[in-house]
Write a protein that binds this ligand. Structure first.
Ligand code: PMP
Length: 311
């Protein structure tokens, strides 16, 4: 049985419903998270990756959107672990907390006048982008939302129209993924992933000022690269044309994990397949998220009777 947590209660997923007048459905007035539970076959255990950081980012988005849910980050961690335990999954899963303006009123109203809801649901979830076959990407004709339009650092529902238009355009043109630029032409990110490049033995990735989502996988990659491979990450502005001559390129995200990029705008990156640094980083990352590396166990919350949220 699959359960959801909605408005304070656990219930079967098919009972978690909203009405057609719900404000968030019309205006995108929501904040959400995407969290993965990763199944460790040898240990017979499911580990939720960086749960606390995801709950904190959700609350940061709620603050901007004036969505007041009566839960702290610790409360949210406990709710999510209990929900996942109730569902009893023994496979990789995706967890979706959604905080939204649940009031059934049609009008462009002040956020503070609208009541709030929280729903958490979880679904089985395998690969999102092929982790082996290097993704064929294009530069989108859509620009990434600016901080002066809809704040892009957290996952505000309405913001995702931007990503979905770019993903649609890219896939209709035969590409796997789009890379969006900022209004002034700097590389920002994919539609659901941050972007990294490898240049002269260093990782180079767009800075937060390039309107990127403050990615939790991005942060994990920066730390793992420094600790395990002694690789420095430079966060700076990157031009589109600079991307084409990088040694390697990969995308990071909760759904996408760490996916190599084979080409951008039909220009091959490296030899078009997964580069050696990307391969090393991907292997390390997959071990870390499945709770196989003791140094990073504090990022992995085990699901089970005695489970506690890692910090
Ligand atoms: N950028 C966007 C637009 C995203 O939706 C995501 C997925 N949450 C990411 C980057 C990667 O973020 P994270 O590693 O925290 O999942």
């Amino acid at each position: 049985m699959t359960y959801a947590f909605m408005n304070g209660e656990f219930m079967p997923l098919d009972q978690a419903k909203v009405g057609v007048m719900t404000h968030a459905l019309h205006y995108g007035t929501s904040v959400f998270e995407g969290i993965r539970g990763n199944w460790n076959e040898e240990q017979g255990k499911l580990y939720v990756f960086r749960l606390r950081e995801h709950c904190e980012r959700l609350l940061q988005g709620c603050k901007i959107m004036r969505i007041a849910i009566p839960y702290s980050a610790d409360d949210l961690c406990a709710i999510i672990l209990e929900l996942v335990e109730r569902c009893g999954y023994q496979q990789d899963i995706y967890i979706r907390p959604l905080a939204f303006k649940g009031e059934e009123r049609i009008a462009v109203l002040k956020l503070q006048d609208l009541s709030d809801s929280l729903c958490v649901l979880t679904i089985p979830f395998g690969a999102y982008l092929d982790p082996e076959g290097a993704a064929q990407c294009c530069t989108s004709s859509w620009r990434r939302m600016e901080d002066t339009m809809i704040p892009p650092r957290t996952k505000i529902g309405g913001l995702y129209v931007n990503s979905i238009l770019a993903k649609t355009e890219a896939t209709l043109a035969g590409f796997d993924e789009a890379i969006l630029l900022t209004q002034d032409g700097f590389v920002s990110e994919g539609t659901g992933e941050n972007i990294f490049t490898v240049l002269d033995g260093k990782l180079v990735t767009p800075a937060l000022s390039s309107n990127i989502l403050s990615g939790i996988t991005r942060d994990a990659v920066i730390q793992i690269a420094a600790n395990e491979l002694g690789l420095e990450t430079v966060e700076r502005g990157i031009r589109r044309s600079e991307l084409y001559n990088m040694d390697e390129c990969f995308l990071t995200g909760t759904a996408a994990h760490l996916t190599p990029v084979g080409s951008i705008d039909n220009i091959m990156i490296g030899d078009g397949s997964m580069g050696p640094v990307t391969r090393q980083m991907q292997n390390l990352y997959f071990d870390v998220i499945r709770g196989k590396v003791p140094r990073y166990l504090h990022w992995c919350s085990p699901v089970g009777a005695t489970a506690k949220a890692a910090s």
